[in-house]
Write a protein that binds this ligand. Sequence first.
Ligand code: ZN
Length: 167
Amino acid sequence: MVNREGISKFVSEILEKLGIDTSQSINISDVLRKLDIELKYDESLPYDGKIEKKSDDDSVCITIKSSSNNEARNRFTIAHELGHYFLHARGKENFTDSVFYRNLDYNDEEFEANEFAACLLMPEKQFREEVEKNVEESEVKIEPIAQRFGVSLQATINRGRFLNVFE
Ligand SMILES: [Zn+2]
């Protein structure tokens, strides 16, 4: 069961606890540093990202297949993996994320990790405020909103639809 409200609340608690500045696009490296999670890039990864917990010292590492020319996508991938970290990986030796969000074969964990990522990168309050600022003749300008949050246009549209602020 996917509880979107619960995830949203959970993410805002995490942001607050970590003292993350939400007045600008979330500094994802800062989030990782505060959680003591290492980030690695691996071009040979057969999927977009994975998260692993080493059993010997309990250290956590996120590996993503970087798209060097797409920072927004990298950010979403990292945030998605953080979703698995907080929602699904606890108490497990390792968690390999093989079904990524672009895959149509959604399962609840993937859906939840995406929801977590959307909430992390586009907190509801800030998102609503940004939409207000970008309404022109009853049309919402998507691009400046996407830039403000450092996410893709599609991620912005999905978020706006879910929050019922877009058509
Ligand atoms: Zn996933």
